[in-house]
Design a protein around this ligand. Structure first.
Ligand SMILES: Nc1ncnc2c1ncn2[C@@H]1O[C@H](COP(=O)(O)OP(=O)(O)OP(=O)(O)O)[C@@H](O)[C@H]1O
Ligand SMILES: [Mg+2]
Length: 366
């Protein structure tokens, strides 16, 4: 800690490039995250996140960061922000570039509309359970949670996301990415402490009905398909609940949330952590892969081999048996991701929604 440091007024600096980043010891990314949207912070405002102006105030943030960064980083001189992902009214993730007396560093900040100290606490618990910086399977180091700003500060992990290997890699790359993602999840399910809300299938009924109504607004054939998926999910929810085992859950596990760096596999985005049937995370991963395949590779089936490797590897390493309940969770995820697409301001994924809903029906009928 470096309390008591003086903070003079500093001019804004242009967005920092983090290629010379010294915040994380791993080798830099072999593939750039060039597909990532780049939005300058000055273009953003969000009345739904009341602390946003305070968070993006470089001078105020300099004081906050001086309290939080490791002593060996020196004293912060300049701060810059680069928005990575913004969900208006809910949360915004951004990169924080620091120029200090000792060099240049990068962090990730996430500001929430509501208090999420619990995410910081959960991340610390998971790190302590064997997902630290030295571990092969890990999560980003949480640096601090600033309650007054509803701001979570964490390590910026260097490296390409697993998604990039599935989209642009060779078959061998895809297999390796699947194995690493499955290995991460199997270890997490087997060893991570359980904290957070319990996902009970019978308690999902209200959400399922709501998602179905949102999709139905897009008209036929989506309305009918969503209705059929919902009905079948409802019919089987009790049986799934009766047969479920519980473990720690990531809650939104997919190739979008896993970074594959040299020797380290890291899962980020802990907002949806929960306690759930292990099938939930497995299903999220598999359906997200199908959605990715449809969206960018032309067919929901293009990444089937990678999906099979993921499932086989997970089953080989995990103490949990997922065969019985997996179809229900897959169909649930098809419906949820269809709702997510239907909810976009401009829905350009109509055919994709239809394909996802038909996939939900197919797995339930198997
Ligand atoms: N610790 C981290 N290290 C490196 N990059 C990160 C880290 N955390 C987040 N990111 C980057 O920021 C982006 C958005 O972060 P995050 O997924 O936490 O936001 P979100 O609002 O929950 O998004 P989503 O709607 O995809 O769940 C990620 O896709 C990733 O590129
Ligand atoms: Mg998220």
């Amino acid at each position: 800690m470096t309390s008591g440091r003086k903070c003079g007024v500093v001019p804004n600096v242009p967005r920092l490039l983090c290629s010379a980043d010294r915040s994380v010891p791993e080798a830099s990314a072999p593939m750039p995250e060039s597909a990532q949207r780049s939005i300058e912070s000055s273009a953003i405002s969000d009345p739904g996140i009341s602390t946003f102006p305070g968070v993006l105030d470089g001078v105020a943030m300099r004081g906050v960061l001086n309290e939080v960064i490791p002593d060996e980083w020196g004293t912060v001189q300049n701060v810059s922000f680069h928005i990575l992902k913004h969900h208006p009214g809910s949360r915004c993730t951004f990169e924080i570039g620091l120029r200090t007396t000792n060099g240049r560093y990068c962090l990730i900040g996430k500001v929430y509309a509501a208090d999420r100290f619990d995410v910081y606490r959960a991340m610390n618990e998971i790190r302590r359970a064997g997902f630290g910086s030295e571990d092969e399977f890990s999560i980003p180091k949480p640096l601090a949670y600033i309650p007054g700003l509803r701001l979570l500060l964490q390590e910026k992990v260097q490296g390409p996301r697993a998604k990039q290997f599935f989209l642009a890699g060779s078959e061998r790359d895809r297999v390796e990415a699947s194995e690493r993602c499955a290995g991460w999840l199997a270890k997490f399910h087997a060893t991570a402490p359980q904290s957070g809300d319990v996902l009970d299938p019978t308690g999902e009924m209200r959400s399922i009905a709501k998602w179905s109504r949102t999709i139905a607004e897009l008209g036929e054939p989506l309305a009918g398909l969503a209705g059929r998926v919902s009905k079948r999910l409802e019919e089987r929810a009790s049986a799934v609940a009766n047969g479920m085992e519980l473990c720690a859950g990531h809650g939104s596990y997919s190739c979008h949330q896993v970074i594959l760096s040299e020797g380290r596999t890291i899962a980020f985005d802990w907002d949806a952590y929960d306690v759930a049937d292990p099938c939930h995370d497995v299903a999220r991963f598999l359906v997200a892969l199908q959605r990715l395949a449809f969206k960018y590779l032309g067919s929901i089936r293009t990444l089937d081999t990678a999906a099979e490797v993921f499932l086989k590897t997970y089953q080989g390493l995990s103490p949990f048996r997922v065969a019985a309940n997996l179809p229900w969770y897959r169909a649930l995820t098809c419906l949820r991701l269809s709702k997510y697409e239907a909810n976009r301001p401009v829905c350009t994924f109509g055919k994709g929604i239809e394909v996802l809903l038909r996939e939900g029906l197919r797995v339930l009928e198997q």
